[in-house]
Design a protein around this ligand. Structure first.
Ligand SMILES: Nc1ncnc2c1ncn2[C@@H]1O[C@H](COP(=O)(O)OP(=O)(O)OP(=O)(O)O)[C@@H](O)[C@H]1O
Length: 116
């Protein structure tokens, strides 16, 4: 039980570090707040809220994973290495895919309500 509780504490510390030191975490968090407020004022169905919350949490989780990859790469080498570049760029690419998909899905949910 103590080990289980400790793993939560470590995960919390990691999350806090990612939010404080992750380069894009603050802008993602701000976007999340704006989207939630927009959802609140627009009026979303339960299904739409579930999709929006899934996208927001997925985006934040993926960005944390990207920050973790950056840390590991920087730990392995401070020198230029083509594999270091690949690892960082692929991790960033995974964030970009999810961000584009989230933006498209967000438009599909919100635009018909605003302009439909
Ligand atoms: N050790 C490395 N070897 C090769 N390419 C790298 C390395 N570190 C970062 N890059 C690449 O350099 C480009 C810029 O990287 P990034 O924006 O992460 O800045 P950075 O070099 O990591 O600096 P900082 O750590 O200050 O943010 C990216 O394409 C990234 O993959």
């Amino acid at each position: 039980m103590k080990r289980f509780f400790k793993s939560f504490v470590y995960a919390w510390e990691g999350m806090r570090d990612g939010f404080v030191n992750g380069r894009n975490m603050k802008s993602h968090a701000l976007s999340a707040i704006i989207v939630i407020l927009a959802g609140w004022f627009t009026g979303l169905s339960m299904t739409e809220w579930l999709i929006v919350l899934l996208l927001i949490s997925g985006m934040l989780a993926l960005e944390l994973m990207n920050t973790a990859v950056e840390y590991v790469v920087d730990l392995v080498t401070k020198e230029y290495h083509p594999l270091a570049k690949k690892a960082k760029d692929i991790a960033a690419g995974s964030v970009l895919i999810f961000a584009i998909a989230s933006a498209v899905i967000g438009c599909l949910i919100f635009f018909p309500k605003w302009f439909g």
